[in-house]
Write a protein that binds this ligand. Structure first.
Ligand SMILES: Cc1ncc(COP(=O)(O)O)c(C=O)c1O
Length: 431
């Protein structure tokens, strides 16, 4: 999921970390009573946080654009209650499979965009059946051909609204998404000749942006492409969808400055008896993204098109709205001084589906014994693999079997990736 790190990590500031931890301890009793009532482990969703995030995100961009639409990227958290809350906030939904499309339809979403490579005929047909609510973002010439064959079988049919996904990185593995901008004239020629397919816009997406540079760079290139496109093409553009990929402002928190995403720590490099410093790659306020992106759009795109600007944020919206609660089931010491340096929990990292916490740092809070001092202790899950790590320290006054732990802000790319691997999945509750 990651690309290169944009800037060198700083040591994570003590005040920032303490403020974060204290904010969740303040409501500790509330979280503890949820665990008592609903059992452990447990996902907790805070819809009020989702709504606040949706509002700040849209306000930031609405300050610059007259016509906007916002679509929550369901893949970042596919819990239906999350999408339902965002629909209440006036967002549409961005789906990437037939499964996600069905969830969106069942939630009665009226404005859905369906993007993603390799859509099957079954998925294309589902979009076609619901073309009053779905805009299909075509990913390739092959997909256009298959769609065209499917639509021609449906007579008489009102046209399906489509957009074209553009690849913003034609080298490496990202080239699997969309078509290169240079192929737009050929695509336009094909699509303009198809009566049941109505071209309405363009989309691109880049992931993991701690700053707006990559988005601005592609908008600049897209402006050069539009300058070469025929007038009727530019006049047909009703929307340009600039995707998601906004990293939360607090930045990326890491265990080590040398460990980029995806690499694992050397077993012996993690000390047992002290808390190592944590690191942070700084993020950017959403208002700064909005200012830079809107400037680029005004300068490079609006000379050629007069259209709606669409957004597909996932992580930025749901990251801080969902938390993981779990409990200590065992503890072990590796010396005879009763220095318990290792606990085992009732959840394994199957609940988030990947080895996130080997590289990413998130504070573990002991809700049963709150305290603002971070203490060394390996917090390990109950799966039969040593990669089952939640953290190497906790905040609290000691740690004992039966204690309730919390890792806040686990709303993005965790719940959706959870697996029934050895252990089951946690319960779920909405605050
Ligand atoms: C097409 C598309 N749009 C939006 C998103 C959401 O990205 P993020 O959660 O980083 O905002 C993704 C994520 O992979 C995506 O592939």
């Amino acid at each position: 999921m990651s690309e290169q790190l944009p800037s060198a990590p700083l040591v994570l500031e003590k005040e920032l970390l303490e403020g974060f931890v204290a904010g969740y301890f303040k409501d500790g009793e509330q979280y503890l009573s949820l665990l008592e009532n609903h059992g452990s482990p447990l996902w907790v969703l805070e819809p009020s946080v989702l709504k606040a995030k949706a509002l700040s995100f849209s306000q930031a961009f609405n300050a610059y654009f007259d016509k906007t639409s916002y679509y929550f990227a369901m893949k970042s958290n596919n819990r239906p209650e999350v999408s339902a809350t965002l629909l209440e906030s006036g967002f549409g939904l961005d789906v990437s499979s037939g499964i996600e499309l069905r969830i969106a339809l069942n939630l009665n979403a009226r404005d859905i965009i369906f993007s993603g490579p390799g859509k099957t005929d079954e998925e294309l047909n589902l979009a076609l059946q619901h073309r009053d609510r779905v805009t299909l973002l075509l990913d390739s010439f092959g997909e256009l051909d298959r769609l065209s064959a499917l639509v021609s079988g449906l007579e008489p049919a009102s046209p399906i609204r489509v957009g074209i996904r553009l690849t913003n990185n034609p080298k490496g593995l990202w080239r699997k998404f969309g078509i290169v901008p240079d192929m737009l004239p050929e695509f336009w020629e094909k699509i303009a000749a198809l009566p049941h397919i109505r071209f309405a816009g363009l989309q691109f997406h880049s992931s993991w942006n701690l700053t707006p540079e990559r988005q601005v760079e592609f908008i600049t290139l897209l402006g050069r492409t539009l300058a070469r496109m025929p007038r009727d093409f530019n006049q047909s553009i009703e929307f340009i969808d600039i995707g998601g990929g906004y990293w939360p402002e607090e930045g990326e928190w890491l265990h080590s400055p040398e460990m980029p995403e995806g690499s694992s720590p050397q077993e012996n490099s993690i000390p047992w008896d002290r808390v190592r410093p944590h690191y942070r790659i700084p993020g950017t306020p959403i208002e700064t993204f909005a200012k830079a992106i809107s400037h680029a759009v005004q300068t490079h795109l609006f000379p050629f098109v007069n259209c709606r600007i669409c957004f597909e944020p996932g992580r930025w919206i749901c990251h801080s709205a969902m938390h993981l609660l779990f409990s200590v089931t065992d503890k072990k010491s590796h010396d005879d001084k009763e220095n318990h340096d290792l606990v085992i929990t009732d959840a394994g990292t199957n609940v988030i589906g990947w080895e996130r916490f080997e590289t990413d740092y998130f504070p573990v809070l002991n809700l049963s014994r709150p305290g603002l001092l971070e203490k060394p202790c390996h917090i390990l899950g109950s799966l039969c693999t040593p990669h089952d790590v939640f953290g190497y320290a906790y905040f609290g006054e000691g740690i004992e079997t039966g204690d309730c732990l919390m890792i806040p802000c686990q709303g993005a790319y965790t719940y959706s990736l959870g697996q029934n691997f050895i252990k089951g999945l946690p319960g779920f509750v909405k605050l």
